[in-house]
Write a protein that binds this ligand. Structure first.
Ligand code: PMP
Length: 367
């Protein structure tokens, strides 16, 4: 039986091979007599799972040795507080606001530091990325925050800003929750990256933090110990009980990513090529139709989250009902923007996007 294609923004589809592997290992992991959920996080079995997951993540995203990879909890929203608690020293922090998630980040950080929006596309409804040359970066900023893929608005940085060339010495912090592992990361431009796992890496409950070593030691006194990057790093992400199931599932997903092939490309490079092809197919269908529209500027359209609107909104429910009948699930747009949204993360095959496009064209003709 073929499973439906699931376009959820997150928690999102997980590769079927990963789900099957987890099912096969559920009752008795590698002859241990235990499921992963029942293991001590300090036992040799789980430590081997966590070490492999970390090493595989480092490999697949080519994370340099002078960065720590931390497995934490609390999701992206908790990091909106945890990052300023660790990095801001209570001082100035600059935010570039390109959608709902970076908007949330600046608001939360304001509880802990002098958080300022230095560029925003709110006036244009979050359809562009403000040109970097116009960002009003402060010399005093402890870091600069961007959301490198805005999940709700469908706006993605196709290239990370190089703050040094903008005259800033501040480290760049990226919220890469919704496009982590969909494309390579230019680590030389990054001080810290964080993301929840529930889009591209596995189930909800695990947060990945990749942090440059020189940023580990600036936590404010009020920072909770379990969220202090130095303590978490020195304890191999086991200062407190880590989200063991999430780490295991992410590890299986990392394995799956490393096995991906697209012509001569492997791993994240293969996925990036596939993601480009998927996004192109869908945007071409939207742009070529009379019924559908996407309002995001072409140079910053997300490859992962494609919001689109029916010009005749009275047909929205019929569109969703017909999609569901054909095994195309969770296409309803975020409540704050309406319309539709197709999230086409790593686990979505090209065939899923083709099936959606075929359905969209059939539905349009039925008018
Ligand atoms: N940042 C981005 C880019 C997101 O997409 C999300 C979740 N959709 C969050 C932050 C918040 O993550 P969480 O719900 O895991 O806290």
């Amino acid at each position: 039986m073929q499973r439906p294609y699931n376009f959820s923004a997150g928690p999102a589809a997980i590769p079927e091979e990963v789900l099957q592997m987890a099912a096969a290992e559920m009752l008795n992991w590698h002859g241990s007599g235990m499921s992963v959920m029942e293991m001590s996080h300090r036992g040799k079995e789980f430590i081997s799972i966590a070490e492999k997951a970390e090493a595989d993540f480092r490999k697949l995203l080519a994370v340099p040795d002078h960065f720590h990879i931390l497995f934490m909890q609390g999701g992206g929203l908790a990091e909106n507080a945890i990052v300023p608690l660790n990095l801001s020293r209570g001082g100035a922090v600059d935010f570039v606001v390109t959608g709902s998630w970076s908007q949330k980040s600046v608001k939360e950080a304001g509880k802990f530091c002098d958080a300022q929006t230095v560029a925003s596309d709110e006036a244009q409804g979050f359809t562009h990325i403000p040109a970097a040359a116009g960002w009003k970066l402060r010399d005093s900023a402890q870091y600069v925050h961007i959301c490198s893929n805005e999940t709700i608005n469908g706006v993605e940085f196709q290239e990370l800003p190089d703050l040094a060339t903008l005259g800033s010495k501040a480290p760049l912090v990226i919220d890469f929750s919704s496009h982590v592992a969909s494309r390579p990361v230019e680590w030389s431009r990054v001080g810290l990256a964080f993301g929840g796992a529930q889009k591209n890496l596995g189930p909800a409950g695990l947060t990945l933090v990749v942090v440059r070593d020189d940023l580990l030691d600036h936590a404010m006194a009020a920072c909770p110990s379990a969220f202090n990057y130095r303590l978490v790093a020195d304890n191999q992400s086991m200062y407190n009980t880590p989200p063991t199931w999430g780490i295991y599932m992410a590890g299986l997903t990392f394995d799956w990513i490393l096995r991906q092939r697209e012509g001569a490309l492997t791993g994240v490079a293969a996925l990036e090529a596939r993601n480009q092809a998927k996004a192109e197919l869908l945007y071409r269908a939207i742009d070529g139709s009379q019924l559908y529209e996407n309002r995001v500027a072409h140079d910053c359209r997300s490859r992962m989250n494609v919001p689109f609107f029916l010009k005749d909104e009275s047909r929205n429910q019929a569109f969703l009902d017909g999609a569901k009948e054909r095994g195309l699930l969770q296409l309803k747009g975020h409540k704050s923007v309406g319309g539709m949204r197709a999230s086409i993360y790593n686990a979505m095959p090209l065939a899923g996007v083709q099936t959606l496009v075929d359905y969209m064209q059939t539905f349009e003709k039925q008018a």
